[in-house]
Design a protein around this ligand. Structure first.
Ligand code: FPP
Length: 261
């Protein structure tokens, strides 16, 4: 019996998340520490982003969703917002062909209508180029907010009810879920936030209901492959209960032959 239990423990040590969501915080502080303009921190953040995308692809993670720009980030100084917009355009144009070669499927979530025509075209082109790819799904949240997502889902749902395509009696959590962003993905298993703050900041608030939350003080530009491996090891050690007891979960994980003992 002890051999079988050891195997279970070994297996669980290798459990990888299917879907990872990341708040890439700390770019500004990284730049301040070096007496650089904040945009230098965001540029360094792009390098860290490239690394995690490559690492997820290598580890066969199904989906990675990153928070590039929140609905609240418009409140930053105008110079920082416009530099960030320019960085998004240049990053998308520099990276998308490489991502396509790596079989990555790129999608954006959020309200893109407020972006310039140029940025909207880059976004649309990157999605069209990579839509048939079967490797990592990279979702970039841009002008995204979790509350916006829920209100947007309500609007779509109400329209369906008005058109008699859906009845109120049918409405349940699964149906509602089909109206929010990322409804074609498994919900995030692991949420990572760098930069030392312990909050979700209006990211994927519906989708994160049962996600394991991992906070680390490292500033995003310093987030390395080793930091990512530590997050994965931490995740592998979590027992995900989804409202059940620890004993029930242990029992479900036992091989059939041991359940009857
Ligand atoms: C938060 O750090 C970071 C952002 C608001 C921008 C993140 C964007 C990138 C890393 C670029 C990714 C680009 C693409 C196209 C995916 P902060 O500025 O709030 O840092 P602070 O808390 O130290 O001030």
């Amino acid at each position: 019996m002890s051999d079988d239990l050891t195997n279970i423990e070994q297996d669980s040590a290798q459990v990888l998340p299917r879907h990872i969501a990341v708040v890439m915080d700390g770019n500004g502080r990284w730049a301040n520490k070096r007496h650089l303009p904040r945009i230098a921190g965001h540029k360094a953040g792009v390098t860290a982003t490239r690394k995690i995308v490559e690492n997820c692809a290598k580890n066969k993670i199904e989906s990675l969703t990153i928070f590039a720009f929140s609905s609240e980030n418009w409140n930053r100084p105008e110079a920082e917002v416009s530099s960030l917009m320019a960085l998004f355009v240049s990053t998308i144009s520099a990276e998308v062909k490489k991502l396509h070669k790596k079989n990555v499927c790129v999608k954006f979530i959020g309200d893109r209508s407020r972006f310039s025509d140029k940025l909207q075209s880059s976004i649309n082109e990157s999605e069209q180029l990579t839509e048939g790819n079967t490797g990592l799904h990279l979702n970039i949240a841009a002008n995204y907010g979790g509350r916006w997502d829920i209100v947007n889902a309500c609007k779509s749902l109400i329209n369906k009810v008005k058109n008699n395509e859906v009845s109120i009696q049918e409405l349940d959590e699964d149906l509602f879920d089909s109206f929010v962003s990322l409804n074609d993905h498994a919900p995030p298993d692991l949420f990572i936030r760098t930069g030392g703050e312990r909050r979700i900041s209006n990211f994927l608030i519906w989708q994160l209901a049962y996600t394991e939350l991992y906070f680390v003080d490292t500033l995003w530009p310093d987030f390395s492959d080793e930091h990512f491996e530590s997050a994965l090891s931490w995740f592998a050690g979590r027992q995900r209960r989804f409202g059940k007891t620890g004993q029930q979960i242990m029992n479900e994980q036992l091989p059939e032959k041991l359940k009857s003992i």
